[in-house]
Every structure is written in C-alpha cells, then in structure tokens.
Design a protein around this ligand. Structure first.
Ligand code: ATP
Ligand code: MG
Length: 212
C-alpha cells in the first residue's frame, strides 16, 4: 500500500462482491462512483465462490474470474481483489464475506456495494439481520431495474440508494455476445477482452440459452 493511514484513524473500505463472469465496466463504474461519494480509501473486489443465487447455472472456474478481476482493477490505486470467497469451501454467503473482510481490516468501516437488482435479494441472504451490524449497504442504480429501494425489513440508515452513470452492461450479455462472436470491446477493460480470447472463454455454452 502506498497510502499509509493516519494512526488511530478508521479507514473506509468498500466491498464489491460479484460473480464477475466476466467483470465489466458496469462493476468498475459502480465501485468508482461509490468510492467517490462515500470517500472510501479502498474498494475490495471479492469474486464469489459458488454464488448462492446461481447454483443452477454453469459458472466459469474461480481462477479465471479472479484473474480477470485482478487485470480489470490493477490500474486503480484504490482497487484491490480478495480471494476470501473463492478460497472458502462451499456456497458463498455475504455474511461470511463481511466477517472475513472485517477480520482482515479490523480498523475499517465497511461499505457493501450492490446493484439495485442484487439488493432485492438481500432478504434471502443468510443471517440478513446480523449483516447490518457488519457493514453499511449501498445499492447503486442499474438500467432495467427499479431505482427505488424495495420494502426491506432492515434498520433505517443501513441501506442507501445511489444514482450512478447508467451502463446497460451485464456479464450475461457479454457471454452471449462472445458465443455469437460479437465484439465486447469497451464493455469490459481491454485486458479482459484479451484474457477471454487467450483462454477461449465463453466460446460455447452447450446449447444453454441464457436469460437475465
Ligand atoms: P450476470 O449477468 O452473470 O448476473 P452481472 O452483470 O449481473 O452478471 P454480477 O457479477 O452478477 O454481474 O454483479 C455483481 C454486482 O454488480 C451486483 O451487485 C450487481 O447488481 C452489480 N452490477 C452488475 N452490473 C451492473 C451495472 N451495469 N450497473 C450497476 N451495477 C451493476
Ligand atoms: Mg447479476
């Protein structure tokens, strides 16, 4: 780390969880915007292991998703990547992610970043009621999803809605485009396009027709 925090000062750390299959510019803009608005010192990108909401779907192996996340975030001094979810056996639950990051950053206030679609799933997360003590939640706007917070059974002031520049990009669409040999330049960072091509990711999906 280049920035050494003042002694005794709590740092402000964002957590951007996702499948990142692959990571795209929508994720990066969300993290960058929340970092700016909430004056964060760092945003830790955490690729999931087995995402609990995608157990029925084929997901690219964790090392490829991890490496693409490293490539995409390498140039930003505030962005880091954590292996806590991919190294923990079993299904990924956000509460475990928060506990692991809290252990790694004991002197930090945590801000968990999700899209407007993902926050709607919050109530289905394991130990939802204890998560609010571990982090503040920021739900960013996402094209195609309602920008109003769903009626969540959560304490006030624990979840914020933040309007960010709209990027109608999804990993599902990038995988679909790749299968059809359509370009994904400028939807994902250049290094990620090159990684996808080099490793032949998303060439075919065994007849699977994906819907968002
Ligand atoms: P998939 O289509 O495979 O679900 P995705 O594009 O939704 O992929 P995820 O890895 O599922 O990407 O998302 C990680 C987090 O980033 C989620 O909280 C999601 O809501 C948020 N997110 C993804 N894309 C955008 C976007 N374009 N704008 C804002 N938030 C986004
Ligand atoms: Mg998603």
């Amino acid at each position: 780390h280049t920035d050494v925090p003042e002694p005794g000062k709590r740092t402000r750390v964002g957590i951007m969880g996702g499948t990142f299959d692959p990571i795209h510019n929508g994720h990066l803009v969300a993290a960058s915007e929340v970092a700016w608005v909430y004056d964060l010192d760092e945003v830790i990108f955490v690729p999931t292991g087995r995402p609990v909401f995608k157990l029925d779907k084929a997901v690219t192996n964790a090392e490829d998703r991890y490496l693409m996340t490293v490539i995409a975030t390498a140039s930003n001094p505030k962005f880091t990547v954590s292996r806590v979810d991919i190294d923990r056996p079993g299904v990924t639950y956000t509460v475990d992610t928060l506990r692991d990051i809290q252990r790694l950053r004991p002197d930090s206030d945590l801000f968990f970043i999700t899209g407007a679609d993902a926050v709607a799933e919050i109530m289905r997360w394991k130990d939802a009621d204890t998560m609010w003590d571990l982090a503040h939640f920021v739900a960013v706007s996402r094209p195609g999803y309602s920008s109003s917070l769903p009626a969540l059974n959560v304490p006030d002031h624990k979840v914020d809605m933040l309007e960010i520049p709209a990027l109608a990009i999804s990993s599902t669409d990038i995988r679909r485009r790749s299968v059809k040999d359509m370009p994904v330049w400028y939807l994902v960072p250049d290094g990620v396009v090159q990684y996808i091509n080099k490793h032949g990711l998303y060439r075919h999906r065994g007849g699977e027709t994906e819907t968002d």
